[in-house]
Design a protein around this ligand. Sequence first.
Ligand SMILES: Nc1ncnc2c1ncn2[C@@H]1O[C@H](COP(=O)(O)OP(=O)(O)OP(=O)(O)O)[C@@H](O)[C@H]1O
Ligand SMILES: CCCC(=O)O
Length: 360
Amino acid sequence: MSTTFRILVINPGSTSTKIAVFENDQVLFEQTIRHSTEDLQPYSNIIDQYSFRKQVILDLLDHEGFSLSKLDAVCGRGGLLRPIEGGTYHVNKQMLEDLKSGYNGEHASNLGGIIANEIGESLNIPSYIVDPVVVDEMDELARVSGLPQLPRKSIFHALNQKAIARKVAQELGKSYEQVNLIVCHMGGGITVGCHKKGRVVDVNNGLNGEGPFSPERAGTLPAGQLVDLCFSGEYSKEEIAKLLVGQGGLVAHLSTNDALEVEKRIVQNDSEAKKIYDVMGYQIGKEIGSASAVFAGEVDAIVLTGGLAYGKDFVENISERVKWIADIHVHPGENELQALAEGTLRVLRKEEQSKDYPSL
Ligand SMILES: Nc1ncnc2c1ncn2[C@@H]1O[C@H](COP(=O)(O)OP(=O)(O)OP(=O)(O)O)[C@@H](O)[C@H]1O
Ligand SMILES: CCCC(=O)O
């Protein structure tokens, strides 16, 4: 029996689709396909981007000369499913239904399992998801909001946050279960997780109007004014939802989700671009500060990760505000493709069993 496994991994983010082909845990090919605001504009729902993103992936693999017939499995980033524990799940009928209907809401990662399944079925090979954004390890007190009918939910960049947290724990010479980390994923969305001895006990739900604004999310808004906006008669429910996720943050203020473009404008002395970019850093600093209270100050490290962590001045802006809390570890980009491949590999090698996504 073959001990070499070839795996296609697919990570649809809000502003990009990242793909890679792995041979066991070694990457053979990796590419980030960026989607501009204009590319995504025609699609009123994220699920409608499905054919567009799948075709872009297939075209790229074809262009690079990768034969699909050599694949052993396909793995996609898991989306807004029902709350489940971390791990590798095979895609099943219920999961597909929940991803398609957006059981817990709309998110680019909903496309991961759907595209993986479609490619997998066409090749007669298995498809999986690993550590979806709904991994839920929150402490009970973190679930309580100021209205009993509106409990808080755990929806965050679980895959990257957990993979980077393990790496930083290793850098500290400890296991993930021995450290307290504040992990700040800064991509199209921004989530700040409190990793307390191996569990994410609190985290802002970046999709639900919580936390800092981001390239595409509005973050925490003044609630009363938001209610007025909702009932102003000027917006439909869908339009308001899009303002919060997709057209909020940098997109709302500067008409771009691309921080590199914002940095370019700053170099050209665009004062509005500078102000908004600075405020995004300020809000991230505030969120990290509030996370430090979750640990009563006992924080081993602060971790800055995601695409925005490539921005040196941006990282400096945040670090100046929070370096008094703990040492800062910067891991730009993300480890998500590797984490997807490793989760799949553990199952293909039978080191672990894939989990069953619960049916109704
Ligand atoms: N070198 C860089 N310097 C500054 N910003 C960068 C750099 N590279 C990418 N970015 C910015 O990072 C953001 C995208 O980050 P990332 O690729 O992690 O997001 P995503 O995967 O699309 O969404 P999410 O991480 O929320 O799922 C964009 O605003 C992009 O312009
Ligand atoms: C991963 C959920 C948070 C976000 O995309 O903003």
